[in-house]
Design a protein around this ligand. Structure first.
Ligand code: KG4
Ligand code: ZN
Length: 364
């Protein structure tokens, strides 16, 4: 058997169709040999959000050729890979079925093992592929469907320390943008508008700030934004910019408080970890204001701040292949071909389900 392992990964849990071929050396280094991501943004933007039926159909149409393209870029054939990995949850069930069935078919036809991967595990382990991070570390996942603070103890060993009790942070950005008449996806539009705004004009709430629990809440903030907007209608461009800047400031302060507490807890529980780290992942991690807030917070608390390259922070198949490589290297079993997709699949099975958390269950 060769000293390295190579896996074909497939990701179809939301609105990105992706395939990648990733290799792990015996010493644990990962290399992305070939990868391709097709965003369905154009197909959904007219509807102001992801339409599950459109997403599933688009995955069916694109996936086969994306797999061929990833193999081509890696200069490999299916026969050269050691296993197949497909996201099997959490996410939109139609998309998950497309990716997992394709993975099963390839596994069956080639006789290679199949790894049914939790999408969140993909995000959680990416920093080991990009930065060779060692366990344990803290990870903040902030995307359109999830806002979670996760303790990554090891492969298959995750503890959810905090989660949103209502909207995900990306969702709050998207809804704020929508009610201000800005385009979808809202995050980049809000960030752009905020650059010209006065962040102190609107005193918006900072949900859960000061509370000991490490959870998040953003729906009250969104409501406060709506009320602020309604109170000064019709809105000028400057009004929109000021609301966006005030919104971002409130989010920054909230994250600073919540994550600050998380870092303290980590330090207490892992006093012997010499170089503690906070990893950020998810589309919202692209926001420069939030990133700077977290970076400064980490610097103050003696934490390393790790933000993998944007393309690997958002949904992709390299992280799915990598998660399977890590599972394989740890000696975890492959999955039977009877494995079923799961639209809900918490990474930490022991974490209590919080009212409203992950209710969309669609995006991660
Ligand atoms: O991880 P991601 O690309 O996809 C899924 O959620 O599946 O995250 C998308 C989310 C959207 O809600 C989008 O508005 C948000 O990330 N986002 C941002 C920024 N760029 C993307 N939010 C704030 N600031 C940004 N610059
Ligand atoms: Zn995701």
């Amino acid at each position: 058997m060769s000293s390295h392992l190579t896996i074909l990964g497939i990701e179809t849990s939301c609105d990105e169709t992706a395939a990648a071929v990733v290799r792990r050396s015996e010493s644990g280094e990962g290399t992305i040999l070939g990868e391709v991501v097709l965003s369905q943004l154009d197909e959904h933007s007219a509807y102001g959000g992801v339409v599950p039926e459109i997403a599933a159909r688009a995955h069916v149409e694109a996936l086969d050729s994306l797999i061929s393209e990833a193999l081509l870029r890696a200069d490999l054939k299916l026969a050269d890979v050691d296993a197949i990995a497909a996201t099997s949850g959490p996410g939109l069930i139609g998309g998950l079925i497309v990716g997992l069935m394709t993975g099963k078919a390839i596994a069956r036809a080639t006789g290679k093992p199949l790894y049914a991967i939790n999408h969140l595990e993909g995000h959680a382990l990416t920093a080991r592929l990009t930065d060779g991070l060692s366990f344990p570390y803290l990870m903040l996942l902030v995307s359109g469907g999830h806002t979670q603070l996760i303790l990554v103890r090891g492969v298959d060993k995750y503890e959810r320390w905090g989660t949103t009790i209502d909207d995900a942070l990306g969702e709050a950005f998207d809804k704020t943008a929508k009610l201000l008449g800005l385009p979808y996806p809202g995050g980049p539009a809000v960030e752009r508008a905020a650059r010209n705004g006065n962040a102190d004009r609107f005193p918006l709430p900072r949900p859960l700030v000061g509370e000991a629990r490490l959870d998040f809440s953003f729906s009250g903030l969104k409501t406060a934004v709506r009320q602020a907007a309604q109170s000064i209608e019709p809105l000028t461009d400057q009004d929109v910019a000021d609301i966006c800047a005030s919104f971002q400031k409130a989010v920054s302060r909230t994250l600073e408080d919540r994550i600050g507490r998380g870092l303290e807890r980590f330090k207490k529980e892992f006093a012997d970890v010499g170089s503690p780290a906070l990893v950020v992942a998810g589309g919202v991690a692209a926001n420069l204001v939030l990133r700077q807030t977290l970076e400064k917070l980490c610097a103050r608390r003696g934490f390393r701040f790790v933000a993998p390259p944007h393309a690997l922070c958002t949904d992709n198949a390299a992280m799915i292949a990598w998660a399977a490589l890590e599972r394989m290297a740890t000696g975890l079993e492959a999955d039977p071909l009877s494995v079923a997709p799961r639209s809900r699949w918490p990474l930490d099975a022991d974490a209590a389900a919080l009212l409203g958390s992950g209710k969309r269950g669609a995006k991660a």
